[in-house]
Design a protein. Structure first.
Length: 365
């Protein structure tokens, strides 16, 4: 069996980003040493605000998805959606390039285990992603308008348009039959090429995709559900930015209110390319540079970024991986429990039992 070699381009780009961070750290050694001294004089009250804002950000993400998952009356607990939000986020930020897809697939499987049908889970995750992107584009637009720099405003507005337009097109595809027809045609073409080259997926993959797409298009949330979901998506991004602002205040620096939002959005946009896991190196560079451009001292900007990333990335990721392990083990246990009645029904002893099969069994077919 041939061993697949890892793609070199993502690895090289990630190594380049981290290497650049190290080189800049060496070149800016005085600022680095000054930022380290900042950690000895932190304002702990603002750190508590940063932690609370980040917890609120994740809660808003979970609540947004929960609103959409309940579109057809299926009840999903707030505790479950919160756990899935943390776990899927951990998967998303831990893998370069494919992290977002892996995180979405994990969320989909977890929601299916909780009784949400395939079409609703697919629709909810799609619409949640669309709303999150539009909310981010809105914040970037506001940040661009707040800045005094024409260049910053141009970059911000261009980034907002590039983020929102593809998501709007995807959302419209669920409402108009001719667009869905084009998507189904493209899916059939892709499935055909994939089967020719790799002998997979199955022949009915295109039909299954069309069925799910049509079922998802038939779902209709109420204006209130849409409104709450979008507000929570907006709150998700806003609370994360508040976490950054509180991290800056924790260092004793003045928070650059006019440039903070655009600096945050530009850094998040840079990290979203997935060159490194969770944008490690990329986000730190972009955010520090943006804060310095917003007239923050370099040493305080670097210290604030380190605090912000420790809370918003590393702490949230650790919590998420703990929940990944817990949810995965619970899913395996559920699958084993579900398999026992099936094995007994076909006359097979459970794997954990040493007893002989029952004398009578349910005939198959």
């Amino acid at each position: 069996m041939a061993v697949r070699r890892p793609k070199l381009a993502p690895l090289l780009m990630g190594a380049l980003a981290i290497g650049l961070l190290v080189v800049l750290g060496v070149q800016q050694a005085p600022e680095v040493r000054s930022s380290l001294r900042t950690f000895g004089h932190l304002h702990w009250g603002w750190l508590a605000w940063a932690l609370g804002a980040q917890a609120g950000s994740m809660a808003a993400l979970a609540h947004s998805q929960r609103q959409l998952l309940q579109v057809n009356g299926t009840k999903v607990s707030a505790r479950s959606t919160m756990a899935v939000a943390y776990a899927s986020n951990a998967l998303s930020v831990s893998l370069p390039l494919a992290g977002a897809s892996v995180g979405t697939a994990f969320s989909f499987r977890q929601f299916r285990r909780r009784g949400v049908d395939t079409a609703t889970a697919s629709w909810a995750l799609t619409v949640s992603g669309v709303m999150s992107s539009i909310a981010f584009a809105l914040l970037m637009t506001v940040g661009a308008l707040l800045t005094d720099s024409p260049t910053g405003a141009t970059i911000g507005l261009s980034g907002a348009a590039a983020t929102a337009l593809p998501m709007l097109a995807l959302l419209l595809s669920l409402r108009f039959g001719n667009i869905r027809h084009s998507l189904n045609g493209a899916a059939r073409w892709l499935v055909g090429r994939s089967r020719r080259w790799f002998d997979r997926p199955g022949e009915d993959a295109a039909d299954a995709f069309e069925k799910i797409l049509n079922q998802a298009a038939a779902l209709r949330a109420t204006p209130r559900q849409y409104g709450i979901a979008f507000f929570m998506s907006l709150r998700n991004w806003t609370a994360d930015c508040v976490c950054l602002g509180a991290s800056i205040a924790a260092t004793g620096a003045h928070v650059p209110l006019r440039g903070l939002l655009l600096a945050y959005c530009l850094a998040m946009a840079a990290g979203s390319f997935g060159i490194t896991p969770g944008g490690v190196g990329v986000v730190e560079l972009a955010l520090t540079a943006s804060l310095v451009a917003a007239h923050m001292p370099a040493d305080q900007a670097l210290a604030a970024v380190v605090i912000y990333r420790l809370i918003s990335f590393w702490l949230v990721m650790v919590i998420g991986w703990i929940l990944v392990a817990r949810l995965s083990s619970r899913g395996r246990a559920t699958a084993d429990e579900a398999a026992v009645p099936l094995r007994e029904a076909v006359g097979e002893a459970p794997a954990s039992s040493q007893s002989s099969p029952p004398e009578t069994s349910v005939p198959l077919g």
